[in-house]
Design a protein around this ligand. Sequence first.
Ligand SMILES: C[C@H](N)C(=O)N[C@@H](CCC(=O)O)C(=O)O
Ligand SMILES: [Mg+2]
Length: 357
Amino acid sequence: MKITDIKCFEVAAPLITPFKTALRTVEKIQNIGVYVYTDEGEIGIGEAAPTAVITGETRKSIVHAIERYIKPAIIGLEIEEIAFIMERLDQCIYKNTSAKAAVDMAIYDLFAKRYNAPLYKVLGGYRKELVTDITISANDAQTMVNDSLKAVKRGYQILKVKVGKDPESDAERVIAIRKAVGPDIQIRVDANQGWSPKQAVRIIRKLEDANVNIELVEQPVHYADLEGMHYVTAHTETNILADESVFSAKDALKVIQMRACDCINIKLMKTGGIYQAQKISHIAEANGIACMIGCMLETKISVSAAAHFAASQKNITLVDLDGPSLCLKDPISGGPTFESQWIRMSEDPGLGFSIES
Ligand SMILES: C[C@H](N)C(=O)N[C@@H](CCC(=O)O)C(=O)O
Ligand SMILES: [Mg+2]
């Protein structure tokens, strides 16, 4: 089955509430979708999220990377020769990882359809269900408490609490949420690089001393400050998860060698897709480091690709695939089902969507 064409389209989805982190505030999702066409009439689908503050990409840069660099590099290649396609995809342009991820997942969609199997089974088929957390945006304490109670009412048992915008009062916000939701709800905290290493140690120790029982703290300090990540990991009991510090397999090796974290957040938008994401998962597994599968502000299209990947990997034990839960409606039907915290894989071939284009 040969690749004959690639086309980009707009993916828009309103959010239930504005998404606020230490890095940005977003009112609605405006992503780029991708169709990959073949000579046998099969079409693969993918999605890229323009997260300029993390990957450096915009909607324009994604479309340009795909049309000017990726498309000429892979047109005419055989879907069955996926490792060769992925080498071309990786080499045709530096970085631009979300543009690459959209095309990578569309090719994996076609690859699994070629063998008439759901993608998670083609990739290894380790599990059929995932439990995701849901993000609580960074706001004042009362708003975050209210949002947390609403999330629990919707059936979520794991909260990913965004902090890092106002370090001096972050611990109080998290303590207020713990008091409101009780001891049985899992709380993970994401500072999105908002703390200095010393601030991070002070805040995390405060939470430890108050017995808040935080599962992990994600990316406490600046992505490039690996010494700072090591300092926080070494001076606190709580697990530290590297997110923005790890895009590639090389980055994963470095944080592991430097003991700069206890676990790693893999996102297809950072790795450039499933092919490169597998390398990080395997390196981490070989070093006894658990991984999270995460997402940016993405709809059901690309979050489904991440779910297929996560379901295939034994080492992905933490799930932050709440993109569809944050949207008012899905832009596509079919694929895995997202029902409150449960993500259940479908047995339809590929990613599982019925594509009319
Ligand atoms: C949406 C997801 N729960 C999440 O928080 N992802 C990122 C931030 C993504 C963004 O700004 O779009 C993360 O830092 O983990
Ligand atoms: Mg994060």
